[in-house]
Design a protein around this ligand. Structure first.
Ligand SMILES: N=c1c2ncn([C@@H]3O[C@H](COP(=O)(O)OP(=O)(O)OP(=O)(O)O)[C@@H](O)[C@H]3O)c2ncn1[C@@H]1O[C@H](COP(=O)(O)O)[C@@H](O)[C@H]1O
Length: 108
């Protein structure tokens, strides 16, 4: 199976946000706005931290998924594309030359 990507999840979120489906959690969060969505993001962050310090790997996976989903919802409501964040991260790898070194290692 091809690996699921954050870009795919961002696409799903943007589609569901404007679906008008009353069952859609995404549509509900978009309707409630940035304050509620950011609050949920904060809650999921705290739950992720708790799972990490308890060394509960199963919960860490589940809470991380909740965290990343809610983070993408917040980006969506704020009108910030995921690609902007990835570009910023890419810029940072350039600063240390780490990406180049990793790519050289991959090539053997
Ligand atoms: N990845 C997720 C995802 N992760 C978490 N959640 C929802 O986030 C909500 C909040 O989690 P909580 O544990 O805080 O739930 P809660 O206690 O009921 O919420 P509150 O009482 O605190 O308000 C739950 O209803 C979860 O279902 C998600 N909802 C949607 N997605 C993705 O978005 C897609 C579209 O979903 P819908 O918009 O619901 O169709 C799905 O197919 C998934 O790919």
């Amino acid at each position: 199976m091809a690996q699921f990507s954050l870009a795919e999840l961002e696409k799903i979120i943007n589609q569901r946000a404007h679906s008008g489906d009353p069952e859609s959690w995404t549509a509900k969060l978009f309707a409630k706005g940035i304050d509620k969505a950011a609050q949920k993001l904060g809650e999921e962050a705290v739950e992720t931290v708790i799972a990490a310090v308890r060394n509960d790997k199963k919960a860490l996976v589940s809470e991380s998924a909740d965290l990343i989903y809610h983070w993408l919802v917040v980006l969506g409501i704020a009108g910030v594309p995921l690609s902007d964040v990835l570009k910023e991260l890419e810029t940072r790898t350039g600063r240390s030359g780490i990406a180049e070194k990793a790519s050289r290692q991959d090539r053997g």
